[in-house]
Design a binder for this molecule. Structure first.
Ligand code: ZN
Ligand code: ZN
Length: 412
C-alpha cells in the first residue's frame, strides 16, 4: 500500500494562500475557494463534503474514540479594490445581480484563515499517532454577511457530521506577525444592521408646503439617533450606533417621496443589544410621526451576529498551551474589539464553549515604520491590508494545531 503524504508543506501552503489571495470570491460565491480546499486536503484521510450551507466545506478527520473538536475558518472576500502592490494582489472585478461592477479582495484575511486550517488538518493528519478523537474542520462561507454560520447549521451541519464539544477559531489582524492576541469573555461585539425606509410625499422643490419632505425627516432622525448611546446607554456599557448610509432624491429642486437609512449597531451584552434595537425603532417611528409621514417607516433588520464570547475557562486552558508552544513574549492581551464575527453562532447553538483568538500578520518593520509616523498599520477591510505570508501562515497553522491538540485525547 502506498501512503500518500499530505501536500501541506510550507511551500504548498504558501502557494495555496497566493492562489486564494489573487482569486478572491464574495460571500456565498466561494466556488473556486471550495474546490481549492478540497484539492489541498487530498491525502489527509478526511471525509470531505462540499456545498454545506451554500459553498461551505466540511472535512472530518476520524482518529478513534475521543472528543470531537471543531476548527473553523471563514472563506469569503470583500468588495474592496486591493491596493497593496503585491505581485499576487487581486485585480478581480465581478458584476453583481444588479449589473454593477464590484472589485473583490481578501481585505479581511480570510484567505489566510483557509490556508492555516488546511495546514492544521495536514499537521494533525501527519501527527495522528499523538492524539485520538475526531477533528471537524469547517470552512464557512458568508462570514462578511454574518450569516454563513447559521446557513451551515440550517443545512444540518450538526446532524450530518459529528457534534463537537468545543469550537476553535482565529482571525488574522494588524498585530506584529507571529504574535497571538487574546481576550476572554466578550472578545468581539454583537452587531445588528437595519435598512430603514422613510415615507414622505414628493413634489416641486419650490412648494414644500405641498409635500412631506423625507430629507428633513431623515436628517432629524440621524441627529436624534445619536442620543441613544449618549443618553440611554449606561456609562458602564459600551455601544455604537452608526448611520452609514443616507440616501434620498435625484435633484435639488425635487422633493423626493422616500429616504433610506442604513444603520449599524455594536454592543457587548444582550441587554444593551435589545435596548439599541428598541430605541432605533422608537426614534425612527416617532420622527416619522413628527414629520406627519403618510405611513409608518419600514424596518428591514438584515445583518445580525451575537456577542462573540471566548469561554474564559477554555480560553485559559488554550492560552496555557500557546504559552508552552510560543513563549509568553509572543502572547498579547487585547481589549474587546468593536468588530464582529458570526463564529459564536456555532457554539451558542450547541451550548458548548468557543475559544477565539487573533494573530498578527504585519511585518515588524511595517509596524515600526507606521508607529514612527504616529499611525497604525493598515487594518482589516482596508485596501492596503494583506498579511505578510511568513511567519503569519506558520504561526496560524501552529496555533490551530496546538489548540486542537489541547482538546483532543493525548496518546503520547
Ligand atoms: Zn471582515
Ligand atoms: Zn474577517
Amino acid at each position: 500500500m502506498t501512503v500518500v503524504e499530505p501536500d501541506t508543506t510550507t511551500a504548498a501552503l504558501a502557494d495555496l494562500y497566493r492562489q486564494l489571495h489573487s482569486d478572491p470570491e464574495l460571500s456565498f460565491s466561494e466556488h473556486q475557494t471550495a474546490a481549492r480546499i478540497v484539492a489541498s486536503l487530498a491525502g489527509t484521510g478526511c471525509e470531505i463534503t462540499q456545498n454545506v450551507g451554500g459553498t461551505g466545506v466540511v472535512a472530518v478527520l476520524r482518529n478513534g474514540d475521543g472528543p470531537v473538536v471543531m476548527l473553523r475558518a471563514d472563506m469569503d472576500a470583500l468588495p474592496v479594490a486591493e491596493d497593496t502592490g503585491l505581485p499576487y494582489a487581486s485585480t478581480k472585478v465581478v458584476v453583481d445581480k444588479d449589473g454593477k461592477s464590484l472589485p473583490v479582495a481578501h481585505a479581511c484575511g480570510h484567505d489566510m484563515h483557509v490556508a492555516a486550517l488546511v495546514g492544521a488538518v495536514g499537521e494533525l493528519s501527519r501527527r495522528r499517532a499523538n492524539w485520538a478523537g475526531t477533528v471537524l474542520a469547517v470552512f464557512q462561507p458568508g462570514e462578511e454577511l454574518a450569516s454563513g454560520a447559521q446557513a451551515m447549521i440550517d443545512d444540518g451541519l450538526f446532524d450530518r457530521f459529528p457534534r463537537p464539544s468545543i469550537v476553535l477559531g482565529q482571525h488574522v489582524g494588524p498585530l506584529p506577525a507571529g504574535v497571538i492576541g487574546h481576550g476572554q469573555g466578550p472578545v468581539m461585539a454583537a452587531t445588528d444592521s437595519v435598512q430603514v425606509t422613510l415615507f414622505g410625499r414628493g413634489g416641486h422643490g419650490s412648494q414644500p408646503e405641498n409635500t412631506i419632505d423625507p430629507v428633513l425627516m431623515a436628517a432629524a432622525t440621524v441627529m436624534r439617533l445619536q442620543g441613544i448611546v449618549s443618553r440611554e446607554v449606561a456609562s458602564t456599557e459600551q455601544a455604537v450606533v452608526t448611520v452609514g448610509r443616507l440616501q434620498a432624491g435625484t435633484k435639488e429642486n425635487i422633493i423626493p417621496a422616500v429616504a433610506e437609512l442604513g444603520i449599524n449597531t455594536r454592543s457587548y451584552s444582550a441587554e444593551t443589544r435589545a435596548l439599541l434595537k428598541a430605541a432605533i425603532e422608537r426614534i425612527v417611528t416617532a420622527e416619522a410621526a413628527a414629520s406627519n409621514s403618510p405611513q409608518p417607516p419600514r424596518f428591514d433588520w438584515n445583518v445580525s451576529a451575537p456577542v462573540l464570547v471566548s469561554d474564559p475557562a477554555a480560553t485559559a486552558t488554550t492560552l496555557a498551551a500557546f504559552e508552552r508552544e510560543f513563549g509568553a513574549a509572543r502572547l498579547m492581551p487585547l481589549p474587546p474589539l468593536s468588530a464582529s464575527e458570526d463564529v459564536g453562532v456555532f457554539g451558542d447553538f450547541l451550548g458548548v464553549p468557543t475559544v477565539f483568538w487573533f494573530w498578527g500578520g504585519v511585518a515588524h518593520e511595517v509596524v515600526e515604520e507606521a508607529l514612527s509616523r504616529g499611525q497604525l498599520p493598515p487594518t482589516n477591510h482596508s485596501p492596503e491590508f494583506a498579511p505578510v505570508i511568513e511567519p503569519t501562515l506558520t504561526t496560524g497553522v501552529q496555533a490551530l494545531t496546538t489548540a486542537a491538540l489541547t482538546w483532543l485525547t493525548s496518546s503520547t
